[in-house]
Ligand binder design. Structure first.
Ligand code: NAG
Ligand code: NAG
Ligand code: NAG
Ligand code: NAG
Ligand code: NAG
Length: 283
């Protein structure tokens, strides 16, 4: 009897160890409404050992999956496992209501290397991307260049739009009038008339005209926004923008990683990211 017990314990120990060694996530995927949440994502109601705590989502009323970025609320529209993206919409943006605005400003700085947002390769520091601070990024690295001289370029998944309020009407191709959507709406003030504009991706700080102020920044899907009306742009705000969660795969890489088309993870090498971008050094 004692022997049998011992044998059983031994077997259990082996089973336990092998399951531990495989380092696979033992948890079955969760769901929130029709959205399946699988590793590295987890719901806050899941056991702590499920998924990666950096990728915790919330479920509201079993219908809406919510991502909090800096305690700011975004509704999850889709999680794509093939290209490691998550599509989200700011909680303030309402369907078919072009007067609804993002509740918060979201900038590239919050989503990985802010320097790369402006001059793509005008890095000034050798600090590489810290995947713990930036579990979500607005780009994915893509390998370009020759096979033996790889370079890594951040490819944008989303682009910036800015909301601008002006004290006087502005006539500039950079300033798209929001029409009835915002003018006379939310910002209206009987004693202070405000003219409301947006710009997608084409503005420098120096383009801000006197008596205009930058109200808010938001992200949009990558698209050609030339000639689009504000209503059309708003419908893309409602569609949401993609963020990458490829950093979840960079765990063992000191300098970040990229995912090959074959789904293999490659650490970006020992040299700094700017070296890789410019001279294309490798691991
Ligand atoms: C949540 O919704 C899904 C799909 O609509 C359903 O299958 C599931 O039973 C619901 N779960 C709870 C706890 O209500
Ligand atoms: C890609 O690789 C990851 C980890 O190695 C794996 O979990 C995932 O299922 C793979 N995805 C595809 C589409 O093969
Ligand atoms: C990722 O996959 C989704 C679903 O197939 C697709 O809509 C989206 O455009 C893809 N994003 C990228 C950056 O490839
Ligand atoms: C309207 O603008 C005036 C002048 O700036 C300000 O004092 C007042 O609080 C504003 N009212 C509202 C409702 O925002
Ligand atoms: C925008 O409109 C102008 C004038 O109608 C046209 O010449 C131009 O080709 C359009 N651009 C795009 C990207 O559709």
């Amino acid at each position: 009897m004692a022997r049998l017990l011992f044998a059983c314990l031994f077997l259990l120990l082996i089973l336990f160890q092998t399951s531990n060694c495989k380092d696979t996530n033992p948890c079955a995927p969760s769901s929130c409404g029709s959205q399946t949440i699988s590793n590295p994502f987890r719901l806050n109601s899941d056991p702590l050992n499920c998924g990666n705590p950096l990728y915790t989502l919330h479920c509201e009323k079993n219908t809406s999956t919510v991502l909090y970025l800096d305690s700011r609320k975004y509704y999850v529209q889709a999680i794509n496992n093939d290209n490691l993206t998550i599509r989200v919409v700011d909680a303030g943006v309402k369907k078919n209501d072009c007067s609804s605005l993002p509740d918060f400003s979201l900038t590239y700085a919050r989503l990985g290397n802010s320097r790369s947002a402006h001059g793509m390769f005008s890095f000034t520091s050798t600090r590489s991307l810290d995947y713990v601070s930036y579990p979500y990024t607005w780009f994915q690295y893509k390998k370009t260049g020759l096979e033996w001289l790889p370079k890594y370029k951040p490819r944008a998944l989303s682009q910036m739009m800015v909301f601008i309020n002006c004290a006087n009407p502005v006539n500039s191709p950079l300033y798209l009038d929001t029409g009835a959507c915002l003018n006379g709406g939310k910002y209206s003030n009987v004693s202070l008339l405000i003219y409301s504009y947006v710009n997608v991706g084409g503005m420098k700080a120096s383009d801000l005209i006197a008596k205009c102020s930058l109200e808010r920044m938001a992200l949009l899907p990558v698209n050609d926004y030339k000639n689009m009306s504000f209503k059309e742009i708003h419908s893309l705000l409602e569609y949401g923008f993609e963020l990458s969660w490829h950093s979840s795969r960079c765990g063992r890489c000191a300098n970040g990683c990229y995912i090959e088309d074959s789904n293999r993870t490659h650490c970006i090498g020992h040299c700094s990211i700017e070296d890789q971008a410019i001279i294309g050094c490798s691991w």
